[in-house]
Write a protein that binds this ligand. Structure first.
Ligand SMILES: NC(=O)c1ccc[n+]([C@@H]2O[C@H](COP(=O)([O-])OP(=O)(O)OC[C@H]3O[C@@H](n4cnc5c(N)ncnc54)[C@H](OP(=O)(O)O)[C@@H]3O)[C@@H](O)[C@H]2O)c1
Length: 349
């Protein structure tokens, strides 16, 4: 395959926000070792953390000149001499921590798009084991496939991994209508869950009911005591699983929304509250399982791809932007606005 000698790459030039992400034309390194592959990136999906990385508010140290974003879908264009599991032309998605094949992440600095350079670039070299291969006849667009990497694997981990595993007929509560929540809704529904989602907007809830068939929608603005609404629609019992995206500002209500013995997955920190609520009593009295979820391993990514492919599930792509500097900035602005439902993606031509 004829490869170009240069490529377009975006880099974070200061920690002053998304406008500091600048476009560069750089030499393309195609010199891979025996166990590496070169990927042509076709689409990138953004996550909330990509936004806070631009202002250095994320948990790991952000290097100067970082290539942002972790979630990419692409095509293999060159393989090392010792690589046997991937071939030129295969479709692949990235994993947030390429070294995390199984189990938990030990060092968060190994994450791409935060500790290490990410994927907002036309080509990138990966170790062959750090990617998840998509099936040959995969129905997903590149944007949909990219959305599985962080939001998808996190949602999968929260519902289907861990000691307390999901059984069809159980209920799952998702907080907000962002990427993690919407993919959790799609997966939970396909697996036979009763689904409940909260949102700041009746319009978003109407859309989600119509398009995704969520069983119950609760507006947390017009129902500040939304946990009472959750109890109402679950016969006073509460839900089996909570996708806890809000953090300190929502955790107490999430615990109050959970069934005795249920599981709350601590995933996000979208609420701005810094006060630590008193949750010990509730968790203890209801024998709750509180489980920290940090994305997931390649093993979970492969399980997710298998499930999504087997059930031919579509992913919730809200908007797709282009690869010009202006479009990249617009993509980040759209993410920041929180006006969309699901994922914001960038297509790389
Ligand atoms: N632990 C992990 O491995 C992991 C992985 C992925 C993401 N996360 C974290 O999970 C959270 C969600 O990530 P994301 O990428 O899905 O975000 P996102 O797509 O940017 O989601 C934003 C949406 O969340 C909702 N929201 C905002 N503030 C809220 C609040 N106080 N309570 C309830 N909902 C609220 C809003 O939807 P409505 O307008 O409908 O309310 C908003 O549109 C973030 O904190 C992110 O950092 C963690």
């Amino acid at each position: 395959m004829n490869l170009p000698t240069t490529q377009i790459t975006y880099r974070l030039t200061s920690k002053s926000g998304p406008e500091a992400i600048k476009r560069f034309e750089e030499p393309l390194n195609t010199d891979i070792d025996a166990y590496e592959v070169l990927i042509k990136i076709k689409a990138v999906a953004l996550n909330y953390r990509d936004l806070i990385i631009t202002t250095d508010e994320y948990v790991v140290k952000i290097n100067d000149g970082l290539i942002p974003a972790s979630d990419a879908s692409g095509e293999v264009v060159k393989v090392g001499t010792a690589v046997h599991d991937l071939q030129v032309g295969d479709r692949v998605i990235t994993n947030c921590n390429p070294e995390r094949l199984f189990g938990h992440v030990k060092d968060h600095n190994t994450g791409i798009g935060n500790g290490k350079d990410g994927v907002l670039t036309q080509y990138r070299i990966f170790p062959h084991y750090g990617l998840t291969k998509l099936p040959k006849d995969c129905h997903l667009s590149h944007e949909e496939a990219a959305s599985l990497v962080c939001a998808g694997v996190t949602a999968w981990n929260a519902i289907f991994d861990g000691k307390y595993t999901f059984t069809p007929g159980q209920s799952v509560l998702m907080l907000g209508t962002g990427g993690v929540s919407m993919i959790a809704l799609i997966l939970a529904k396909a697996a036979g869950a009763v689904t409940i989602i909260t949102s700041s907007s009746d319009e978003k809830l109407r859309y989600i009911k119509e398009k995704y068939g969520v069983d119950h929608g609760i507006n947390y603005r017009t129902h500040p005591d939304w946990e009472k609404e959750v109890l109402k629609v679950t016969n006073g019992e509460g839900v089996d699983f909570v996708i806890e995206n809000g953090g300190n500002g929502t955790i107490a209500k999430s615990l109050a929304s959970t069934k005795i013995g249920g599981q709350v997955s601590l995933i996000g920190f979208l609420s701005s509250t810094t006060e630590t609520p008193d949750v010990v009593g509730l968790a203890l009295l209801k024998s709750l399982i509180i489980r920290g979820v940090a994305v997931g391993s390649k093993e979970l990514s492969e399980q997710l791809v298998h499930f999504v492919h087997a059930k031919k599930l579509g992913m919730p792509i809200a908007k797709v932007f282009g690869f010009s500097e202006e479009q990249v900035h617009e993509a980040y602005a759209s993410l920041k606005s929180q006006s969309e439902i699901g994922k914001i993606a960038i297509r790389i031509d």
